[in-house]
Design a protein around this ligand. Structure first.
Ligand SMILES: Cc1ncc(COP(=O)(O)O)c(C=O)c1O
Length: 330
């Protein structure tokens, strides 16, 4: 039965029974952020949100030093990615640097758009002037790379260069972002609230037309609460503390994996890649022991698992289970 469900393109729920420990999503394992949760719980579900999200977009615009018309909210950044790809204004070749998050290519394939998937920064920079829409994930999912050529990429882009900042708030140090880039924010990860579906886009132009590509009220009142809470300084303070602990836990996990003789590629955020050989087989065996991990095969990394930093008890359970699974598989 698990065979059906274990062909993941995302971490998280896979249709099987709830695991005891879940290393498969990169959401902040120390969440939910109690400050942001208060904003969500204070919302009144008996009312519609403002269909134009005027107050919310004004607050987000102020926080980013732009005009409200440069901000669009959506049902999570995955929805905004699909909406960007559908926008006629950006219609044309879509450029990606592999391996990366799967939704960009998924959205392009659904529309039969020309999809340029390249594997080196040189090729990416060479094709940028001729692409209509290009995505870079900062830090990249699943490799954790923070590309050193963001400024150059923004200057060369022929169309929109979109930086997906899903894990940016969880980075140890925040790299500067080019002013010309389009920015996608997904605060539900950093605050450990991925079940609340809301994200936003900040662009260097007027997004009024783009907003008409979504139905009215794409973000629920709870999503509004998430985005408002994200801007609260107390919520940011909680996140700073949680981040330090997540980085410590990531280091602990990496050390334990290396002690098992495994190669590890640590991101500067809250996740890492570990080379286990037959990733799908190992992921399945761990799943049967109540531990969910992200098999990186769908990223083209068939020997690797992606793991997020979890609490110490979970790390101990994973390391014990992995040692016994590896002894059986090899
Ligand atoms: C890199 C990246 N971008 C965007 C998303 C989508 O996030 P959401 O739709 O929850 O905002 C994810 C989710 O896993 C992701 O990993």
């Amino acid at each position: 039965m698990l065979d059906d469900v274990l062909k993941p393109i995302h971490g998280g729920p896979d249709g099987g029974p709830e695991p005891i420990y879940d290393f498969s999503t990169n959401a902040n394992a120390l969440g939910p952020n109690p400050v942001v949760l208060r904003y969500i719980q204070a919302k009144d579900p008996s009312r519609y949100p403002d269909p134009l999200y005027r107050n919310l977009r004004r607050l987000l615009a102020e926080a980013h030093g732009v005009q409200p018309k440069q901000v669009a909210v959506g049902t999570g950044t995955s929805e905004l990615i699909h909406r960007l790809v559908r926008w006629n204004y950006l219609r044309g070749p879509l450029l990606l640097l592999k391996p990366t998050f799967s939704e960009y290519a998924r959205a392009a394939r659904a529309l039969d758009l020309p999809l340029w998937e390249v594997e080196t920064p040189e090729e990416f920079l060479r094709l940028l002037p001729r692409s209509s829409l290009a995505f870079l994930c900062v830090p990249n999912n699943p490799t954790g790379e923070v590309y050193p050529f963001l400024e150059e990429a923004a200057a060369r882009a022929g169309g929109a260069l979109v930086l997906d900042l899903a894990y940016y708030p969880l980075l140890e140090t925040l790299p500067p972002l080019p002013r010309e880039a389009w920015l996608l924010f997904s605060p539900n990860k950093a605050h450990g609230l991925t079940g609340v579906r809301a994200g936003y886009l900040v662009a260097p132009l007027d997004l009024s037309h783009f907003q008409n590509l979504a139905p009215s009220w794409p973000v629920s009142v709870y999503g509004e609460g998430l985005l408002e809470g994200h801007l609260d300084l107390e919520a940011q303070g909680w996140l700073e503390g949680a981040k330090r602990e997540l980085h410590r836990l990531r280091g602990l996990l990496a050390q334990g994996l290396r002690e098992l003789g495994l190669a590890v590629r640590e991101s500067p955020a809250n996740f890492l890649l570990v080379r286990v050989g037959k990733a799908t087989e190992v992921a399945k065996a761990l799943r049967e022991r109540g531990i969910r991990v992200r098999d990186a095969t769908s990223f083209g990394l068939g020997e690797w698992l992606r793991l997020s930093a979890q609490r110490e008890e979970a790390i101990e359970a994973l390391l014990t289970a992995l040692a016994s699974v590896l002894a059986r598989v090899y």
